[in-house]
Design a binder for this molecule. Structure first.
Ligand code: PEP
Ligand code: MG
Length: 561
């Protein structure tokens, strides 16, 4: 058994036999044209027109994001600059085939040199060139194979035209050796809910016919899986299908204990998707995401309009808005542009806001105005609060502006350890497990070399969560979780066992967490939390909880089809 790694798209898992994508057409020879420039140009025009038309038609059949991508491809195919490049080669005596091949390769190299988002468009150009070449040669364009049975498709990278029309009854999962998380393959796979792992550097080793498990949640391809691994993957796949099909009920444990399931959002436009996925409100609205590229502080009016749009999407529902969280990975030039050796430990979060109190006051003004104009239940909170004094400062200021529910984010161990005193002043606490883990483990959350420390399953992090949960229970104050940890279905149950009263996450994780909660009672959650707390490190805590979970009877009927 061996495993290959890449970037997983979504949380799905699938297994089946590999079928490799049909290989690309061989490159043409650079032999001089015998037909003459006029005829070669006419051949290219005809081929390009047909390919562009085919792409447009495929787009119309697919709809959605796929249509946009395919229409963009059709436009590239007919791009005048590219046509000029092709023509100049034909005028110099090249055949239509060579001119197309060479001109597209030149364009591709330019995009790759730019890198980033544009670099990831390189595969699109290859696909168009291959389609035009196939048309010129009168052969089928290379594409997705049809072996007559369901399969795991392995390709260097998929062209948008292929991804858009994948037969989802046949393609169990997608593995690409190239492509990053923002490649078209990834974008379309996410939209279509295809289990996918992209950028699998060693993916060329996979051979047609071998059986693999594709685990997008872990970004891992397991070769020669054992029967046990296959059975577990099948169980997970069945549970995910059941979660997706389940009704959008409010979050609750099997014994009826309510645990509100909320959304983490970065812009008002994302609210509709969250509502469609059954979010009961917003647990974290990251206001700084609205202004990341701004060089000056946003005006009150600008902010009010954005907050109002958000609140209008959640009439009568709780919406927790976080004040601007500047610093480290989220630089806001207008709040803190000082060079700091350790920005995560610097003037960030509430510290930066306090140093520019006029900006904090303007944000509170905008929120109060948006609140007055809408029916949502607005809660406000400050990021990176480290002391009781900061809690008193922020909640007092928020109440000065008539904002009735003011709380703090618990992201620093000091405020978790003094949670009872923090909660004596705050109306609620929301635990940011991303930063709480970073600060507890002294591991920069942006640094790949210490990524193994950045694991919220670590019992030290769980103990701090328990401190806050217990303080909230004693004082009758809500304790939410809004870090990535809440999106891990098993950890979500553990967090409830530690005292979390609501969970907020990326909307795409809501269905899985809803299902995980519904399968456990409060007593189960407490036992799972105890099991995790008793471990020495993060992997053992995860294993301890998973082992106990497997032994506990599920309280919810799970679909196994
Ligand atoms: C967190 O730190 O867990 C959190 C939710 O805030 P952010 O990820 O935006 O820092
Ligand atoms: Mg944070």
């Amino acid at each position: 058994m061996s495993a290959l790694r890449g970037v997983g798209i979504g949380l799905g898992v699938a297994q089946g036999p590999v079928v490799r994508m049909t290989e690309a057409l061989p490159a043409p020879e650079n032999t001089p044209s015998t037909a003459g420039a006029e005829a070669e140009r006419a051949r290219v025009r005809e081929a390009v027109a047909v390919v562009a038309q085919e792409l447009t038609q495929r787009g119309e059949a697919a709809g959605g994001a796929a249509q946009e991508v395919l229409e963009a491809q059709a436009m590239i195919a007919e791009d005048p600059t590219l046509q000029d490049e092709v023509d100049s080669r034909i005028d110099a005596g090249a055949t239509a085939e060579w001119a197309v091949h060479d001109a597209f390769a030149g364009f591709r190299a330019t995009l790759e040199a730019v890198g980033g988002y544009l670099g990831e468009r390189a595969a699109d150009l290859d696909d168009i060139a291959q389609r035009v070449l196939a048309r010129l040669r009168g052969v089928e364009a290379p594409g997705v194979p049809d072996p007559g049975h369901p399969f795991v498709l392995v390709a260097r990278d998929l062209a948008p035209a292929d991804t858009a029309l994948l037969n989802l009854d046949q393609v169990l999962a997608l593995v690409t050796t190239d492509g990053g998380p923002t490649s078209h393959t990834a974008i379309l796979a996410r939209e279509k809910g295809i289990v996918a792992v992209v950028g699998v550097g060693d993916g060329h080793a996979l051979t047609t016919g071998e059986t693999v498990i594709v685990d997008a949640a872990a970004g891992v391809i397991t070769r020669e899986p054992t029967d046990d691994e296959r059975a577990r993957a099948a169980e997970r796949a069945a549970a995910r299908r059941a979660a997706d099909d389940a009704p959008l009920t409010p979050g609750a444990l099997a014994d009826g204990t309510s645990v509100a399931l909320l959304a983490n959002l970065g812009k008002p436009a994302d609210a509709a998707d969250a509502v469609a996925r059954g979010a009961e409100g917003v647990g974290l609205f990251r206001t700084e995401f609205l202004f990341l590229s701004a060089s000056q502080a946003p005006t009150v009016a600008q902010q009010r309009d954005a907050y109002r749009e958000l609140l209008e999407a959640f009439p009568g529902k709780k919406v927790v808005v976080r004040m601007l969280d500047a610093g480290a990975d989220k630089p806001l030039a207008f709040l803190n542009d000082a060079h700091e050796e350790n920005p995560a430990l610097g003037l960030r979060g509430l510290r930066a806001l306090r140093a520019s109190e006029d900006i904090l006051r303007e944000q509170l003004t905008a929120l109060a105005e948006a609140d007055a104009a809408t029916d949502a239940d607005l809660w406000v909170m400050a990021p990176m609060v480290a002391t009781v004094e900061e809690t008193v400062y922020f909640t007092g200021l928020a109440r000065e502006y008539g904002l009735k529910t003011a709380g703090v984010m618990v992201e620093v161990p000091s405020s978790a350890l003094l949670a009872d005193r923090v909660l004596a002043h705050a109306d609620f606490a929301s635990i940011g497990t991303n930063d709480l883990t970073q600060y507890t483990m002294a591991a920069d959350r942006l640094l790949g070399s210490v990524a193994s420390f950045q694991d919220p399953w670590h019992p030290a992090v769980l103990r701090l969560v328990r401190e806050v949960g217990a303080a909230g229970a004693r004082l009758g104050k809500p304790v939410g979780i809004c870090g990535e940890a809440a999106a891990d279905p098993l950890l979500a149950v553990v967090l409830v066992g530690l005292g979390a009263t609501s969970l907020s996450m990326a909307p795409s994780a809501l269905a899985d967490v809803r299902q995980a909660l519904a399968a456990r009672t409060r007593d189960d959650a407490l036992r799972l939390a105890e099991a995790a707390l008793g471990a020495d490190d993060a992997p053992s805590a995860r294993t301890a909880a998973a082992t106990l979970a497997a032994a506990l009877p599920p309280h919810q009927k799970e679909t196994t089809s």
